[in-house]
Design a protein around this ligand. Sequence first.
Ligand code: NAP
Length: 452
Amino acid sequence: MRELGDAIKAGISADELARLPLPDTYRGAGIYRDDVGIFEGLDSAEKDPRKSIRLGEMTVPEMAPDEVAVAVMASSINFNTVWSSVFEPLPTFIFLERLGRESAWGARHDQDFHVLGSDASGVVLRVGSAVREWKPGDHVVVHPNYVDDQDPFGHDDAMMAANQRAWGFETNFGGLADMTVVKANQLMPKPAHLTWEEASVNALTASTSYRMLVGRNGARMKLGDVVLIWGASGGIGIYAAQMALRTGAIPVGVVSSPEKVELMHRMGVEHVIDRKAEGYEFWDGDVQNEKEWRRFGKKIRELVGEDPDIVFEHPGRSTMGASVYVAKRGGTIITCAATSGYTIEYDNRHLWMKLKTIKASHFANYRECWETNRLIDKGLIQPCISDVYRLEDAGEAAHQVHSNLHEGKLAILCLADEEGLGVTDREKRERIGEHNINAFRRHSRDVHSQPA
Ligand code: NAP
């Protein structure tokens, strides 16, 4: 695999690349079935992804006719990798077993080593016999929507397919690896002005935020809308904030430190609430604390003079009561997750009496991913890397996300073992501006490595 990586970095032609033999195995970061249960009885904070995410060798799977083999140059950490690494809410091996029972091709995924990762940028190595749009040598990014096109319910909106899955979470052969095998309809052209690592961090979280706010399946944000964004410097929130600014909406970002407030201001979000400094306690023991919802709502009115048209919701149990309360009459609470707990409590009177809507959103269909990639390609939305790690430090990077020590996105170098590679349109990069593309970087361009 190293040789393939070196050949790509040296600019090998597409024809030569197609002739190079694929290796039998490749390096991947993932979890082992034998480790399920190692965190039993521990508190959430004690469950440490550094103990469960390990490097291993994966056998290169046989490729189905609609699949593509991709040399992964870079990938990123998403929260689903954190869920997998702590075996919550379910060990992901259960998902692999389910997929394994579906078909002979599905059976390839049911293994004792689960290579994780739901993002990747890289180079096409091989295409299956049914693939028309892609060829060896293409520079691509991979989105994680893994759907079976034989399900009729997926043909209006692929997210409605009964067997829709997240690649690298509910399937094996994820992106935290030197190679992956994905469906051809997961591929999108890599923005030529971005490095491998910059291109690798966007597909999952930016597309999720696009569907939640911009696309026709979400809250349909428009010019002037007040949009309350929880975790506005996190993986999905930071793209939500950019999209709100670009649309001419009025984002109100909620974050939890002065540094994150500063980051929000730097990116142009004027109205920011530091939830830690404010000390909100939306739960009073076992009971929701309506006084605190009111204090939060008052703060938003002080900042923007009105209530939010849209609440971008994902923390779940700890914030949903407040989100329902503060939304404007007729407003929408759009939710895609429940990081702090799935069993939600809110006061329904505030929902029905004021004709609010709670709307569910989950990842994004191919078209929504494609539109999001187009925005990134045009430089309208920037990649949100704060740090870059090596593949062998994927566990450390997942730990940073699990412990909320990060901002934006953490990229992982796979075959691209140094930063700054992969740009094929320098003129466009200059036009869009290095300072815009790297606006979220915490460190200079050194790969963040673990202290010895
Ligand atoms: P992330 O990078 O960890 O960011 C989440 C942010 O939420 C954190 O930075 C934190 O910001 C804030 N937060 C965490 N706990 C909170 C709490 N109890 N109250 C208020 N704010 C809290 O994660 P992400 O990538 O943005 O993902 C967020 C969630 O969405 C995860 O559960 C993930 O699995 C889910 N997700 C779902 C989909 C989907 O397709 N359905 C797609 C992507 C992500 P502050 O501490 O600064 O406030």
